[in-house]
Design a protein around this ligand. Structure first.
Ligand SMILES: [Zn+2]
Length: 479
């Protein structure tokens, strides 16, 4: 968070369209610490902006689901198992992970690729989770006072929007005000010590290899020395001292030794990200060399198949993938990729068939369900896609992806009232109440809704208008 804050500070002038209007009312100005509710609302408004406007937000449900599962496993073993957390991935080669206010934890793809074991990746997540559960962010942000915090948050949002602008170099950021803000917002040594201690306990109770923590942090530090002024951004916000590393080492020395194998998914995620980060021909060359050296590593073969796919070599991709799919126990990653290959061959029914079987085998996997809805839509089976999306919404009504599938399916069926009714919910979840109200107005006028649908549209419209009014009043009253 902080690193991005810097970048923003210097380029605010370049981004005239600040989106402060979308920031929530944050409550008591005098409080020295942000209340949990205000913290969650602040985080929510930031993540909504990131999802909408930050090109680097990785919209890959499969990778997001993996990181989310890993994170939730740690949360469940940590000091606040019932606290709400959301994990997301940022397409960025630098080594970084950060916690936004309210339990939104972002991980750079560069960090996932740099981790040599799943326990190492888990150790960074555990550390970030601890910053949230110990309310470090609430304390840091609260100290800034509400006015400056709103300013900081709105700048943060603007910088995210501007990230794709290549003129914003990190080098420029090192100078100027950035240092001042960093000293105000960077984690203190006490916070770091506490996050290490709690993070390590969490890592152990979640069943990971605790040596992953000092191991990874030590490697981060070495990388920092290597690049001198261009130290991994993680180290700038989480000052890493020799004392911290030796503290971790001492604690780990007192814990039980445990060898923990990585999950197959850890390898698949890394292979997928690795291929996506490289030019297709380079990826093919690199992975062919790796597979030649050790032909039986499933993740590397999967990576090679993906590299062939990216290079347009569908036959080679299939030939490499098929033997992996025949092995036990199999993986959702292999099945969704097999379906992707079917789609690329314009065989939507074939893709649906693979995904039908895969969702029966892996019923808890959410990204397989998204892929299945895509394939159903492609195959012209919009009614089934709509039913599937709606049944998902019964469990997770705050999932904007599912509402998008409802809207797309209803559009394909020519049901305009239902389409715009669903699109309104997408906008609500993205934080744009006005856009949502407009969709409901379109739904009202569409002319194909029955009495019950229209009553539901009216009722929802009243709710949203009331909420919108309330937000405006909060702002006027100095929120
Ligand atoms: Zn930290």
């Amino acid at each position: 968070m902080i690193k991005r804050l810097f970048i923003l500070l210097l380029c605010v002038a370049m981004v005239p369209r600040l989106n402060a209007a979308s920031l929530p009312d944050l409550g008591d100005v005098a409080a020295s610490e942000l209340s949990p509710q205000a913290e969650r609302r602040l985080g929510e408004s930031i993540i909504q902006e990131i999802r909408l406007r930050d090109n680097a937000y990785l919209d890959d449900p499969e990778v997001e689901e993996y990181v989310g599962r890993l994170g939730q496993r740690l949360v469940a073993s940590g000091p606040a198992p019932n606290q709400q957390f959301d994990f997301f991935v940022v397409r960025d080669g630098t080594l970084n992970a950060f916690a936004l206010p309210g339990g939104y934890i972002g991980v750079h793809t560069g960090l996932i690729l740099a981790a040599e074991s799943e326990s190492e990746l888990a150790s960074v997540l555990g550390h970030e989770i601890a910053h949230v559960t110990q309310r470090h962010i609430a304390q840091l942000v609260g100290k800034q006072g509400q006015a400056s915090m709103v300013m900081l948050a709105s700048m943060l949002v603007a910088v995210l929007a501007a990230r794709s602008n290549s003129q914003i170099s990190e080098a420029a950021v090192a100078a100027g005000q950035a240092g001042v803000i960093q000293s105000q917002l960077g984690y203190t040594r006490d916070f770091e010590r506490e996050a290490d201690r709690i993070g390590l306990q969490t890592l152990e109770s979640a069943g990971f290899d605790v040596r992953g923590m000092p191991g990874f942090f030590e490697r981060l530090q070495r990388a920092g020395r290597l690049y001198e002024n261009n130290a991994p951004s993680y180290l700038r916000t989480h000052p890493l001292t020799a004392e911290r590393i030796s503290d971790m080492g001492n604690r780990v020395g007192q814990m039980r030794y445990r060898q923990v194998p990585d999950s197959p998914e850890f390898g698949f995620v890394r292979a997928k990200l690795r291929v996506a980060a490289a030019a297709p021909l380079d990826a093919v060359r690199e992975l062919e060399a790796l597979v030649a050296k050790s032909p039986n590593v499933a993740a590397q073969n999967y990576g090679l198949a993906r590299a062939y796919f990216a290079a347009g070599r569908l036959d080679d991709a299939e030939k490499t993938l098929e033997p992996l799919r025949r092995e036990k126990p199999g993986s959702p990653f292999l099945e969704s990729f097999a379906a992707e290959l079917r789609s690329a061959r314009r065989d939507a029914p074939g893709a649906v068939e693979i995904l039908d079987a895969a969702t029966r085998r892996f019923p808890d996997n959410r990204s397989l369900r998204y892929a299945r809805m895509d394939a159903l839509l492609e195959a012209g089976r919009a009614q089934e896609a709509a039913t599937l999306a709606r049944s998902g919404i019964q469990d997770r009504s705050d999932d904007a992806r599912l509402w998008t599938y409802v809207a797309r399916s209803e559009a394909a069926l020519g049901h305009r009232t239902a389409q715009h009714r669903a699109q309104a919910e997408v906008y609500v979840l993205q934080g744009s109440l006005l856009a949502a109200i407009e969709q409901l107005e379109i739904a009202r006028r569409a002319g194909d809704g029955d009495f019950y649908q229209l009553s539901a549209v009216d009722a929802r419209m009243r709710e949203l208008k009331a909420e919108e009014r309330q937000r405006r009043e909060e702002k006027r009253n100095g929120g």
